[in-house]
Design a binder for this molecule. Structure first.
Ligand code: NAD
Length: 503
């Protein structure tokens, strides 16, 4: 069949700084691939440290005017942006598929979830409201305002090239900041599209700057004195590094890391619904989601029939080019990622687990970075397949005897991004919610990504810092509170008093 390919990616993906595309600097370049064919489709400019510092200065120069822009005008930008993205979501989804590989349908879902953040920010006037306390002492009032921080940096992973940037930049901009967005160098074109959509929506030049790069650019961001805050999403080792170095330099920082998300299936659960949920959450986007279910915890005697039902469903999954409308799962992002995932499946058997479905056995034409879905049973802590984040289409099954054992297993994991329980018993569900030490919890919901009016974040090694992303917490992260105490005394009552003021 003929596959409908995208129309709008770049041969050389440019930076966008102060409203200008910049692709002609003499710096380094990185390759960009179509993961479905394994072919290089372009290259991306990689910023030098000096380029990052120049971009920060450009952002700083633009920020003052944006801060002075009335809140109503800022809201209008968000309303227009919402219309631009929603009316052209297909175009944007195709850019995602071309460089990431996920199916167009999945990419449309990503765009829709990112759009929630724009919608939340259309009410920025409400979210930026301050507080007022009248008469805290005789004739004295106190009020608090939220002011922008200035220039903030957003550093994003490859797996959601639209949604995660929108988690960050939308609120940062709504709050009056200027942004340096450093997208993943593996799928960089969507960020350029976003910057141009913001510009079309009326955002002044220099408020959203796209600076591509790798470690050199990131280190320059972490050390740049103009950049006052850093939002990061990526793997745990890099999140830990970003958190430490940015904090050392006195910046505000939130750094979200990796995950190992467990889904408990209780003996009373509807096993068909649980199997559907496990397959959808484990293999959607080829398992390259930070909220993907990677471990099913089968409680009591459900394991055999659950494994059977998941196996049947895997057999029907169509894996192929994300532009092929019949595909349900696309390729992995790079050849390295493919080799890594292949290694986990190969290693599982030698560690004593049972590879029930071996994704390496699926055959694919061409050089795309494809592997089929795998199911591994009899997994226990201590095996690499359990201990490490795989970030691919590999679902492990851990068998436990009781609910308490399942909860203890999850609570002893170093990751704590998302988790779910499948049960028909309200008391079990409530106990799970109460005891589980994980940031985002699903009750019969396998991927509990909070809607835009809440905030997103894990616990433990899944988040360094104390503020979650988007929603109300993001307005706190991207603003500084200033508290003003006011008195309008009658000059005739003025006197000297060296005592510490009390009410
Ligand atoms: P990554 O950590 O390799 O890269 C993330 C960003 O950091 C990229 O912009 C990259 O250029 C930069 N980077 C990479 N290596 C660096 C280094 N040595 N020094 C400085 N910067 C560096 O992550 P990825 O492979 O792009 O994304 C997948 C990871 O992201 C997974 O671990 C996944 O769980 C995680 N993730 C987490 C969430 C969450 O909300 N917790 C969401 C999405 C993805």
């Amino acid at each position: 069949m003929t596959i409908d390919t995208p129309t709008r990616t770049f041969a050389t993906v440019p930076h966008v700084v102060a409203g200008r595309r910049i692709a002609d600097d003499a710096g380094r370049r990185g390759p960009v691939f179509n993961p479905a064919t394994g072919q290089q489709t372009g290259e991306v400019v990689l910023a030098s440290a000096e380029f990052v510092h120049e971009s920060a200065r450009a952002a700083q120069a633009a920020q003052r005017g944006w801060r002075d822009t009335g809140l109503g005008k800022r809201q209008q930008v968000m309303f227009r942006l919402r219309e631009i993205i929603s009316s052209r979501s297909d175009e944007l989804a195709r850019i995602i598929t071309a460089e990431h590989g996920k199916t167009v349908d999945d990419a449309l879902g990503e765009v829709a979830r990112g759009l929630e953040n724009v919608e939340f920010c259309t009410s920025l006037m409400h979210h930026l409201k301050g507080d007022y306390s009248e008469q805290v002492a005789g004739g004295v009032d106190v009020h608090q305002v939220r002011q922008p921080i200035g220039v903030v940096a957003c550093i994003t992973p490859f797996n959601f090239p639209v949604m995660v940037p929108l988690w960050m930049v939308t609120t940062a901009i709504a709050a009056g900041n200027a942004v340096i967005l450093k997208p993943s160098e593996r799928d960089p074109s969507a960020a350029v599209w976003l910057a141009e959509a913001f510009a079309e929506a009326g955002l002044p030049a220099g408020i959203l700057n796209i600076v591509h790069g790798d470690k050199e650019a990131v280190d320059a961001i972490l050390d740049d004195p103009i950049i006052r805050a850093v939002s990061f999403v990526g793997s745990t080792p890099i999140a830990r590094y970003i958190y430490a170095r940015a904090a050392e330099n006195g910046k505000r920082v939130q750094a979200l890391g990796g995950a190992k998300n467990h889904m408990i299936v209780m003996p009373d659960a509807d096993l068909d619904a649980a199997a559907d949920a496990a397959v959808s959450a484990a293999y959607g986007s080829a398992g390259e989601r930070c909220m993907a279910v990677s471990v099913v915890v089968a409680v009591g005697d459900v394991a055999d029939s659950l494994v059977e039902k998941v196996t049947e469903r895997i057999g029907t999954l169509v894996v192929g080019d994300g532009f092929d409308p019949t595909s349900e799962m696309g390729p992995l992002i790079t050849r390295d990622a493919l080799d890594r995932v292949t290694g986990f499946v190969a290693g599982a058997a030698s560690e004593g687990a049972r590879v029930v479905v071996d994704g390496r056995e699926r055959e694919f034409d061409g050089d795309g970075f494809f592997i089929g879905p795998s199911l591994v049973d009899g997994v226990t802590p201590g095996m690499r397949v359990y201990d490490e984040e795989i970030f691919g289409p590999v679902l492990s099954v851990v068998r436990v005897a009781t609910f308490d054992e399942a909860v203890a297993l999850i609570n002893s994991n170093r990751y704590a991004n998302g988790t779910a329980v499948f049960t028909r018993d309200g008391k079990t569900a409530r106990q799970f919610e109460y005891d589980i030490e994980v940031g985002m919890v699903g009750i019969n919901v396998p991927i509990p990504v909070p809607i835009g009016a809440f905030s997103f974040g894990g616990w433990k090694d899944s988040l360094f810092g104390d503020t979650h992303m988007y929603g109300p917490e993001a307005f706190s992260f991207y603003t500084r509170r200033k508290v003003v105490t006011t008195r309008w005394p009658d000059p005739s009552e003025s006197q000297i008093s060296l005592g510490f003021p009390t009410h």
